[in-house]
Design a binder for this molecule. Structure first.
Ligand code: ADP
Ligand code: MG
Length: 344
């Protein structure tokens, strides 16, 4: 018996998604490759919009989405499926909703995982940071992308030893070439089967529009923040270049504190230093942090036109900084609508 236990996302346009010329251009190019039947691979440093763009592409494809995050610990069975022994079955009576019967059993059952489900039903697969998984785990993708066939392990039983990939199946990959720890070079054979689009940090208009959309701060104040972050990025003195995430964090904190850069310049300075030093250096790298703080100090002073005379307070209040959250609607696949399976 083959069960399916997976979470499928229903793609919806993101509420504060920004579509500038830059974003539209990449989207259209990627969609043209997808329509021609090729998997697309968005490659770029952190904060260049890869995951958001992958979700956006998926919403344009208008098929349910299965998302996988690359993981060093992954084995092929995490993608394809495996035998799971113990499970509780909750049987909800459709007519008498108060009746809830719980059955437990120890029978080994094959449970299809996300990749199998996506191939079988022609869903869109987003494999985020796929190079974090070990190449052996990803090997299964070779025949899926090339021959449109998925080899199924013997344990699955019952059906054919392979699964024909549904023609609607689409794969979108992302990876970050800058990450070395725990990241395997994407195998050449796999990379040959996808079209790689290299993404860089956003252009000025997009970075500004995203900062504004995410924080609801005024255009003028958003501009100040974006100028500072871009100035720091262009200085080339950071261990890691600051990203649009830094802009969003500063802007959201300002908004939450009801502050403006010009009216509360010293708090603003402190905030920029804290957020940008933390975003651009490794834990414990004090020399780098001090260098970044000095550059930020000069950039803030220049933006606010106030010289280098700002005193920074020792303590700054911190507020909840929400990272960009993707709007998603979670839908469970259930083979039999009457029962839902809970795996433990
Ligand atoms: N087109 C866009 N519209 C609105 N916000 C965006 C857009 N692209 C990226 N973002 C925001 O920018 C940040 C970084 O994007 P993300 O997709 O996470 O980058 P990456 O996956 O490359 O690290 C997130 O907070 C995300 O919500
Ligand atoms: Mg990402």
């Amino acid at each position: 018996m083959i069960d399916e236990m997976t979470t499928v996302l229903e793609p919806r346009p993101l509420s504060d998604f920004v579509e500038t010329k830059y974003v539209k251009d990449i989207t259209n190019r990627a969609l043209s490759y997808i329509k021609a039947g090729f998997p697309v691979h968005l490659r770029g440093p952190s904060g260049t919009g890869k995951t958001t763009l992958a979700m956006h592409l998926a919403s344009k494809i208008e098929r349910p989405v299965v998302m996988i995050h690359g993981d060093e610990e992954f084995a092929t069975s995490d993608l394809v499926g495996g035998e799971h022994g113990y499970r509780i079955r909750k049987v909800v009576d459709r007519f008498i909703s108060r009746v809830l019967k719980t059955e437990e059993d120890m029978v080994k059952r094959w449970v299809d995982n996300r990749l199998t489900v996506a191939c079988k039903y022609g869903f869109t697969l987003i494999y985020d940071e796929f190079t974090r998984s070990r190449p052996e785990a990803n090997n299964i993708l070779l025949s899926i992308l090339q021959e449109k066939m998925m080899d199924l392990p013997v344990g699955r039983g019952g059906e054919e030893p392979y699964l024909k990939v549904d023609p609607d199946f689409t794969a979108i990959f992302t990876s970050n070439p800058e990450e070395y720890a725990g990241v395997h070079r994407s195998q050449d054979a796999l990379r040959d089967r996808m079209i790689t689009m290299d993404l860089d940090h956003f252009d000025y208009d997009t970075e500004l529009a995203i900062t504004q959309a995410k924080s609801k701060l005024s255009r003028q104040d958003s501009q100040i923040i974006v100028n500072i972050v871009r100035g720091l990025r262009e200085s080339g003195k950071c261990e890691f270049a600051p990203t649009v995430r830094g802009c969003i964090m500063i802007a959201k904190t300002l908004k939450a504190q009801k502050l403006t850069p010009s009216k509360s310049s010293s708090r603003f300075m402190q905030m920029c230093q804290d957020i940008l030093a933390s975003e651009t250096s490794r834990v414990g790298s004090k020399t780098n942090q001090d260098r970044v703080k000095q550059i930020v100090r000069e950039l803030v002073a220049k933006e606010l036109g106030i010289g280098k005379t700002i005193n920074t307070p020792d303590v700054v209040e911190e507020d909840g900084i929400a990272a960009g959250v993707v709007d998603r609607n979670i839908v469970k696949i259930e083979k039999d609508k009457k029962e839902s399976l809970i795996e433990i």
